[in-house]
Design a protein around this ligand. Structure first.
Ligand code: GLP
Length: 255
């Protein structure tokens, strides 16, 4: 795991974006795994800027979301499909087309079948070449909350109370408005991505980043499983890096 510490979230996001720009310049028809939440916003802004500048395009790419809320109306501005549309879809953003944006169907009559279908679609696409990730303050990735299986496939999950609390800011600070369930890529699914690029910022991520990077591989911190992956880059700001105790060792690994 290579950790890159930046002065702020904008430069961390821009550096992470460079990895995606390089990867999709080399392979324009690759498969990108896309995350939501506030962490990737600077990264997506940098991708849009590169697209405007004519140096980057997702026009030939396919994108698969990490997760989606269950039961949230299709026209709700916080459905992850709508968030990803606003960030990435269209010639005025990154060139990603609507039909090449794949999100789990959180409104399916059978959400378990929808989760299976998402997992299968990723496999049928040949797997994710590069997966963008954020991290929850409790160490979750996607919506894989602590103590879940390290081998899980895409599945229906229940949000931890702390996650619903964290995400209430997207729902008018009304925790009761935050969905209770989700469809998420499983940890086993996420681990199969060929490369993983994580972005995290802010003091409230510092403990999760410490556990993920320096702690044991443990189910209490789902993101710690990334220690077992051969190609993970983590772009953090100083605040999110503030509890790391081995910066010298991390710098050597990152070189
Ligand atoms: C959310 C999402 C994750 C995201 C994480 C952090 O609930 N399901 O994919 O990475 O929690 O979110 P944020 O970046 O808004 O802090």
């Amino acid at each position: 795991m290579r950790v890159f510490i930046h002065p702020d979230r904008t430069s961390a996001g821009a550096a992470a974006a460079e990895e995606i720009i390089t990867a999709f310049t080399t392979r324009p028809d690759g498969v990108l795994g896309v995350a939501t939440g506030s962490s990737p916003e600077p990264l997506y802004a940098a991708l849009r800027a590169a697209h405007t500048a004519g140096t980057f395009s997702l026009a030939q790419a396919r994108a698969f979301a990490l997760d989606e809320y269950v039961g949230i109306p299709a026209d709700h501005e916080q459905s992850y499909r709508n968030v990803l549309r606003r960030e990435l879809v269209g010639a005025e953003r990154t060139g990603l087309t609507e039909e090449n944006l794949h999100t789990p169907d959180g409104l399916a009559d059978d959400p378990n079948a929808a989760a299976d279908a998402h997992d299968r679609a990723i496999r049928d696409a040949g797997g994710v070449d590069l997966q963008i990730l954020g991290i929850g303050s409790n160490g979750h990735i996607g919506f894989n909350e602590p103590l879940g299986s390290f081998s899980s496939r895409s599945h229906v999950g229940e949000l931890a109370e702390s996650t619903r609390h964290d995400n209430a800011r997207f729902f008018g600070n009304d925790i009761d408005a935050v969905p209770t369930h989700c469809i998420t890529q499983g940890l086993g699914t996420i681990r199969e991505a060929r490369r993983l690029v994580m972005v995290a910022d802010g003091e409230n991520k510092a403990e999760a980043i410490r556990q993920m990077v320096e702690g044991p591989v443990a189910a209490l911190c789902p993101a710690s499983i990334l220690q077992l992956h051969p190609d993970v880059m983590v772009f953090v700001d100083e605040a999110a890096a503030s509890r790391l105790e081995h910066r010298d060792l991390l710098a050597a690994v990152a070189r």
